[in-house]
Write a protein that binds this ligand. Structure first.
Ligand code: HEC
Ligand code: HEC
Length: 400
């Protein structure tokens, strides 16, 4: 626990600015400084109703919207700055994020929209298991903190990801060519693709979607407010930088009205303890190492998932799946890649048993000998990780 608090305190104090440009040595004109999660990135072109041509013309005419953003992560995610991955050829701009938002919600592009399975009201996931694909959805937030996508990491980046749901007959059930044709036939989209990417293409479609998803970061949870930000919130106003004061006041008010129970506090201590070791894999501010582990899930089924093995063909990766984020886990049931558990208490029992033995079981899995109160405390802690997400306009799309 102590290690985690220290990490978070450092994070809260440091105000790291994420410098993707210098990291990848890309020359560009840097635009305004903005905190990811800011509503201004995801609430759409100002105004009401379907997007008309004049709306889009006015939106695209402002050159600032085409300049790469100099972004910072919100306070409770600062410590993850070194996990940020942005394709150097696809820097974030307001114009791309906004186009990605439209594409994410648009039903005209396939049998389903991305948002049908990644619903803003359900933390960009779905409280549902998809029997046809045999997989439970992963949440589409904080994806800027990871490179490989999917339970087995088969997509090398967010830019590489859309081709999978697009082609899947149980998902969007269409093709890259058909998507490009549809987009080219909707004047509002054509104008945006021409202006931002020099034309409509599946690559540009995927890039815009990646930018939108990189802007979806979680707000502070009860855990963040009461533990990680304790140091920051305890400082008196005089010790806070002028520019940070509005945010500091907002967080302080939020913390007052957010309950972090004694049980959740004990659960946090267990979670980060060496004895229980959850944070060995669910590490960092997004509670995931973005790596793949076999924790013995679904082995009782006749066709246990091969997981990462399908991508690497390494025997040791058989049954290894990506560590999912635990943020908002209370609202993203069912759990595990195959949806095998409906409740968090069942997940805790699985870990308490040390998973299901198999030749590739992670050496980090061991019987934990948790008492009943301890199991309840862990669940209370997991529930304290629920947090607001950026408000998103779902309806403002280009007119036919
Ligand atoms: C039919 C439901 C469905 C649709 C439609 C769908 N997804 Fe998903 N999504 C899933 C499922 C299920 C998974 C996990 C599948 C896997 O790992 O193989 C997933 C995984 C993802 C991930 C990986 C997250 C991570 O942590 O690795 C991202 C990102 C994502 N989807 C974005 C999108 C986008 C963008 C679209 C639209 C182009 C889309 N999805 C359409 C169900 C869906
Ligand atoms: C060896 C690494 C590892 C350790 C240690 C570990 N986890 Fe996990 N956890 C994972 C992986 C990998 C998955 C997904 C496995 C799958 O779907 O096959 C997962 C899944 C979960 C889920 C389900 C999330 C979802 O969205 O489906 C929860 C909740 C969870 N872990 C909590 C915990 C807790 C609490 C502990 C400590 C008692 C813990 N984990 C220890 C790797 C780990």
């Amino acid at each position: 626990m102590r290690r985690a608090i220290l990490l978070c305190m450092l994070a809260a104090g440091c105000g790291t600015e994420v410098k993707t440009a210098s990291k990848h040595a890309v020359e560009h004109r840097v635009g305004e400084r903005v905190s990811l999660g800011s509503p201004s990135l995801t609430t759409g072109v100002p105004g009401q109703g379907p997007l008309s041509k004049p709306d889009i013309e006015a939106w695209l005419a402002d050159s600032a919207r085409h300049s790469p953003l100099k972004f910072v992560l919100p306070k409770h995610l600062h410590a993850a700055a070194d996990q940020v991955f942005v394709e150097p050829s696809n820097l974030l701009t307001r114009a791309k994020i906004e186009l990605g938002r439209q594409l994410f919600f648009d039903h005209r592009l396939g049998a389903m929209s991305c948002a049908d399975c990644h619903q803003p009201r359900q933390a960009f996931s779905a409280n549902q298991f998809f029997p046809d694909t045999g997989l439970s959805p992963l949440a589409a937030f904080n994806r800027i903190l990871g490179r490989r996508q999917f339970w087995n990491g088969k997509a090398e980046s967010l830019e590489d990801q859309p081709r999978f749901p697009v082609d899947n007959i149980f998902e969007m059930n269409t093709s890259p060519d058909r998507i490009v044709k549809t987009l080219a036939g909707i004047p509002g989209y054509r104008m945006q693709f021409d202006s931002i990417f020099g034309g409509v293409s599946f690559k540009a479609y995927s890039q815009a979607l990646a930018c939108f998803q990189r802007a979806l970061v979680t707000g502070p949870s009860a855990y963040d407010l009461h533990m990680s930000l304790a140091e920051y919130l305890d400082r008196d106003e005089a010790g806070i930088d002028e520019a940070e004061r509005p945010e500091w006041r907002r967080l302080r008010e939020l913390a007052k009205s957010t309950e972090f129970s004694a049980s959740a506090r004990r659960g946090a201590e267990l979670f980060f303890s060496e004895r229980i070791g959850c944070a060995e894999c669910h590490s960092g501010p997004n509670f995931t190492d973005e790596d793949f582990h076999n924790i013995g899930v679904g082995l009782e089924r006749p066709d246990p998932g091969l997981g990462r093995y399908l991508v690497t063909k390494q025997e040791s990766d058989r049954g290894a799946f990506k560590t999912p984020t635990l943020r908002n886990v209370a609202v993203t049931s069912p759990y595990m890649h195959d949806g095998s558990f409906a409740r968090l208490s069942e997940v805790i029992l699985h870990f308490d048993r040390g998973g299901v033995p198999n030749p590739q079981l992670s050496p980090l899995m061991k019987p934990l000998g948790l008492g009943r109160q301890e199991r309840e405390d862990l669940v209370a802690f997991l529930k304290s990780l629920t947090s607001p997400l950026p408000p998103v306009n779902e309806a403002r799309l280009p007119a036919d």
